[in-house]
Design a protein around this ligand. Structure first.
Ligand code: IPM
Ligand code: MN
Length: 349
């Protein structure tokens, strides 16, 4: 029997709620499709930090390396650990260490979900650079606490990094409508973003079948609200992609629906799948978090593992549930009720 080893990192806040829900769906679909998912749970979180002084053990990355994929809930409990410490101690090092350079985030309305826009029928695939750029972590502070204090945060754009994420964007565009939107701010940021635009033009010659348009981030933000149907594959740097994908989540009805895959397309290490939303400490453990973003992320994980039939089953079951009005509005149903609706749809399928 085919088997996949999965590292589960529920993390903080609603992370455990949504991972538990998604994992039930994973087990159900694996049984249907006759493969096995072998889970190993890692308690790495802000609670783990309180006990050990670190978000994960020193050899945490090495422990994860032997897995086929990682499914992560959420990281962050700012009341006890500053976000800058918890994120740089767990989520961001995993993305970088396993060179998960493509952060893939689909934005479309599930059936029955009413977004805040009049527009319907959009289907945007955001591809966010995930290992460098504005979130490289390079920089420092001097003269702290004095009037002469200086803080420097250096964005790093390497040719290898920019080229591989753009190439991934072109490839995805080829698989979809053949249209790619590349997002920069090259009118104001005259080094890194002009460089990104240049690499885009160079690659465009290799992908003459793809129609590529360069947008500035501010114009793209407006376009995603005013004309989301005009977009297909959108590729952006780490910071710009981060912001655009919360906007994408908003137009698809909220963070409760937004899924993501942190992919290493070379498959040299495990890729990681996680909802776009954070740990939402205020609603943790209350059985009200929407698990659909994590269930959708699970579907992306199954597809990545080569279980495309299982992935389609999960998507179909989610869509059957939302089409019946389950989980379509914040607070409309409990985490358990939404999960059960998806499980029922899988059973009936
Ligand atoms: C996301 C999150 C993270 C990110 C934060 C928590 C560091 O906002 O996955 O979009 O920006 O990468
Ligand atoms: Mn974000």
């Amino acid at each position: 029997m085919r088997s996949h080893r999965i590292a589960l990192i529920p993390g903080d806040g609603i992370g455990p709620d949504v991972i538990e829900a998604a994992w039930k769906v994973g087990e159900a679909v694996a049984a249907k499709e006759s493969f096995a998912l072998e889970p190993t749970r890692f308690p790495w979180s802000c609670e783990f930090y309180a006990e050990t002084g670190a978000m994960m053990p020193e050899d945490g990355i090495e422990m994860l390396r032997r897995f086929d994929a990682i499914l992560l809930g959420a990281v962050g409990w700012p009341a006890s650990v500053p976000d800058s410490v918890s994120l740089h101690g767990l989520l961001l090092p995993i993305r970088k260490a396993f060179v998960q350079y493509a952060n893939i985030r689909p934005h479309r309305l599930l059936p029955g979900v009413e977004g805040p826009l009049k527009a319907e029928g959009f289907d945007i695939l955001c591809i966010r650079e995930n290992t460098e750029g504005e979130y490289s972590g390079a920089g420092g502070r001097i003269h702290q606490g004095t009037v002469n204090e200086v803080a420097v945060e250096t964005a790093i754009f390497t040719r290898a990094g920019v080229e591989r994420i753009l190439r991934y964007g072109f490839e995805q565009a080829r698989l979809r409508s053949g249209r790619l939107a590349s997002v920069t701010k090259s009118n104001a940021q005259k080094h890194s973003m002009v460089f990104w635009d240049e690499v885009t033009r160079e690659l465009a010659k290799e992908y003459s079948d793809v129609e590529v348009t360069s947008y500035h981030i501010d114009a793209m933000a407006a376009r995603m609200v005013m004309a989301p149907q005009s977009l297909d594959v959108v590729v952006a740097s780490n910071l710009f992609g981060d912001i655009l994908t919360d906007l994408g989540a908003a137009i698809q009805g909220g963070l409760g629906f937004a899924a993501s895959a942190n992919i290493d397309p070379t498959r040299s290490g495990p890729s990681m799948f996680e909802p776009v939303h954070g740990s939402a400490p205020d609603i943790a453990g209350k059985d009200i978090a929407n698990p659909l973003a994590t269930i959708w992320s699970l579907a992306m994980m199954l597809d990545h593992l080569g279980e495309s039939a299982a992935s389609e089953r999960v998507m179909g079951a989610m869509e059957a549930a939302t089409a019946r009005g389950i989980g379509v509005r914040p607070g409309s149903h409990t985490t358990g009720a939404i999960t059960d609706a998806v499980l029922n749809a899988i059973e009936k399928d």
